[in-house]
Design a protein around this ligand. Structure first.
Ligand code: DGL
Length: 268
């Protein structure tokens, strides 16, 4: 079995800054883990790309990142990329890959009304993978879905300290609630890693009787489990964030990333 060097990082991958919501709880469990956080700004938003485009783009980019940073494990901290490209990435790369799956199973266990909402990107909510999760784990329950690209833009803006359009939040919740049965919905799955960045705003719009859940804590536990027994550096060192070059979207200021333990910004 391959034993990783103590300084081999964990690679987090997303289209943008959403994957930071997975990095946060992972840092809490593995405080000295070296981190590389990769954001495909040249490809953002993934939610509006085709399946074929993502199935080709994500494994190719991850391949370049793995070659450059030699991680011990890669986390696709993006529901859109995971639901479409996880199998392609696993087939292409020879290292453990952790994906992000919409938290439909815990939501189905939690709902009292039997109506669950899934808020994701447009690409995620149309995936057969999501149908399959509903069939396997939410039998007899109603699973409503809504795709909101505006929330991705809003989450990116919030992290940069820019204003968010409040209508985007209201429309996202209404997109679920206005569907048949939506008035009794009591759990919403945040099935895009960007959305927990807007947790407070979404909770305020959904009201106190609706619980919002996401998969980040579970993914962090999975990463800790898969790396159990491996060596880590003795001391914490700030991580690297790497952005694909985009002329329209420069990387955010380092101050926005520093709370997540990032100390260096690179481009690829
Ligand atoms: N953060 C991504 C997800 O979890 C997608 C955002 C986007 O690029 O549309 O689905």
């Amino acid at each position: 079995m391959h034993v990783p060097a103590p300084d081999a990082p964990i690679l987090f991958f997303d289209s943008g800054l959403g994957g930071l919501t997975v990095l946060g709880p992972t840092r809490a469990l593995l405080p000295t883990a070296p981190i590389v956080y990769a954001a495909d700004y040249a490809g953002l938003p993934y939610g509006q790309k085709s399946e074929a485009e993502l199935a080709a783009r994500v494994p190719a980019l991850l391949g370049r990142l793995v070659e450059r940073y030699q991680p011990r494990l890669a986390v696709i901290a993006c529901n859109t990329a995971s639901t479409i490209a996880l199998a392609h990435v696993r087939a292409a790369l020879d290292l453990p890959i952790v994906g992000t799956v919409p938290a439909i199973k815990p939501a189905a266990e939690m709902t009292k009304s039997g109506v669950v909402g899934v808020l994701g990107t447009e690409a995620t909510v149309r995936q057969p993978y999501v149908d399959d999760l509903g069939t396997r784990f939410a039998r007899g329950k109603t699973v409503l879905r809504h795709g909101s690209p505006g929330l991705v833009t809003g989450a990116e803006a919030k992290l940069r300290g820019e204003a968010i359009d409040p209508d985007v939040i209201t429309r996202a919740i209404a997109g679920l609630r206005d569907q048949h049965g939506g008035d009794t919905m009591d759990v919403i799955v945040l099935a895009c890693t960007h959305f927990p960045l807007l947790q407070e705003e979404l909770q305020a719009a959904a009201g106190p009787d609706v619980r919002l859940i996401d998969g980040a804590a579970g993914i962090a536990r999975r990463i800790a489990h898969l790396t159990k027994g491996q060596e880590w550096p003795d001391r914490y060192a700030p991580g690297i964030a790497v952005f694909t070059r985009s002329k329209d979207r420069p990387p955010p200021p380092l101050a926005a990333l520093a709370p997540y333990g990032i100390g260096v910004i690179e481009t690829i």
